[in-house]
Design a protein. Structure first.
Ligand code: FAD
Length: 360
């Protein structure tokens, strides 16, 4: 009988497993493939990321970003720059990040098993039963609790009939190998309800990407977007972005963390930091000997992230207003900003006010 079976070794699962193992729990993590693969992420994160790693910056770092140029049209359109006089975010090797976080979980004592696909989960009064398909066929594991850290299409969520996220956007990205060390990303408000982006990744090249609601032709839009930049895209990948956490992400002996719980920023789709923040709440609040403590996790992560997610929805609504209003709004606010990229509430901070006042 394990204390916790963790399904999925992405950032949320590995972070939770590390923290829980450090607290002395017996933790086994099942990852269906190889950790970090396949890639479906830009790896563009606030510098807060480094609080979750150990001496890994040299290995994972690709580029630093201090601003974004917003466009209401394609590459030729006017841009509206928003920036800080310091580094806002880093572009990192996302596959490397996942491997590093899984290594930290292993070092803390968690048993991380790759090539293990969880195919069934049931809860009962005295524990959970998890069926896992590996090289040797299907094994059955028992645990006090199960953590569903298995991404936007979460099998755990589905098996336990937990509610679905509000939306699943379809993201596509591709890479041009030409080195680019600029410190600005480009954001194009040219796709429905979201945006297209260009991210300079230093020696790792340039990334182009976009995300759209289901039913829209992401591939076609992506090809048009890249052609506008005359980009030579050699590798492409795609993935889902959950937006809008459901009302409940916990069951009797189960809890969801990360994309499985749609713990993402509605205005960027970024979920690496929110997922690991929630993982820390789970490790702090949940005691496998007392399954009712999953309610404490539910309360804690919502108290921490609820208003940021709500404001994030409000920022995203701005992507859909008529272009003349977008342009006027961006003209009014462009320039230096004091905002933290993971916390839209800092739009109302003293730093932001100072940045606005300093413009005259
Ligand atoms: C196109 C795109 C660009 C993005 N860019 C950014 C960005 O720049 N910055 C940012 O912060 N976020 C970004 N995101 C979001 C980010 O990738 C996710 O928020 C993040 O990966 C969530 O981490 P997670 O651990 O919850 O889930 P995941 O990283 O999805 O990890 C889930 C893991 O569970 C495993 N798994 C799934 N099912 C099973 C099963 N049945 N059994 C065993 N294992 C299973 C998967 O293989 C996977 O390894 C982007 C997403 C997309 C699609």
């Amino acid at each position: 009988m394990h204390d916790v079976v963790v399904v999925g070794a992405g950032p949320a699962g590995s972070r939770y497993a590390r923290r829980a193992a450090e607290d002395g729990l017996d933790v086994v993590v099942f990852e269906q493939g190889q950790v970090g693969e396949p890639l479906a992420c830009s790896g563009h994160v606030s510098t807060d990321l480094w609080e979750y790693t150990e001496d890994a910056r040299d290995e994972l770092f690709q580029n630093e970003i201090s601003g974004a140029r917003f466009h209401t049209g394609g590459p030729e359109s006017d841009d509206h720059p928003f920036y800080k006089d310091e580094v806002i975010s880093n572009v990192i090797d996302r596959v490397g990040l996942d491997r590093h976080l899984a290594d930290l979980a292993r070092e803390a004592g968690a048993d991380v098993r790759e090539g293990h696909n969880v195919v069934g989960v049931t809860e009962s009064a005295d524990g959970v039963t998890v069926e896992v398909r590996g090289d040797d066929g299907v094994e059955t594991h028992r645990a006090r609790l199960v953590a569903g850290c298995d991404g936007p299409k979460s099998r755990v969520r589905q098996e336990l009939d937990l509610p679905e996220p509000g939306e699943l956007l379809h993201g596509v990205l591709g890479f041009d190998d030409t080195a680019d060390h600029q410190d600005f990303v480009d954001v194009h408000l040219t796709v429905p309800k979201f945006f297209a982006w260009r991210i300079p990744r230093g020696e790792a090249g340039v990334e182009y990407g976009l995300a759209v609601p289901p039913g829209d032709d992401a591939r076609e839009r992506f090809e048009t977007f890249c052609a506008g930049y005359d980009a030579d895209v050699t590798r492409r990948c795609s993935g889902l972005i959950p937006i809008g956490p459901p009302d409940r992400v916990t069951g009797e002996r189960s809890f969801l963390v990360g994309d499985a719980a749609a713990q993402t920023k509605p205005f960027t789709g970024g979920g690496i930091l929110y997922g690991m923040t929630a993982a820390d709440h789970a490790a702090r609040e949940i005691d496998p000997d007392d399954p009712s403590t999953v309610d404490d996790y539910e309360r804690a992560w919502r108290e921490d992230l609820r208003s940021e997610i709500r404001l994030g929805h409000a920022v995203r609504a701005g992507y859909s207003v008529p272009k003349p209003i977008q342009k006027a709004g961006m003209k009014a606010f462009e320039g230096e900003i004091g905002v933290h990229m993971d916390r839209p509430s800092t739009l109302f901070s003293r730093e932001q006010l100072k940045a606005l006042l300093s413009r005259s």
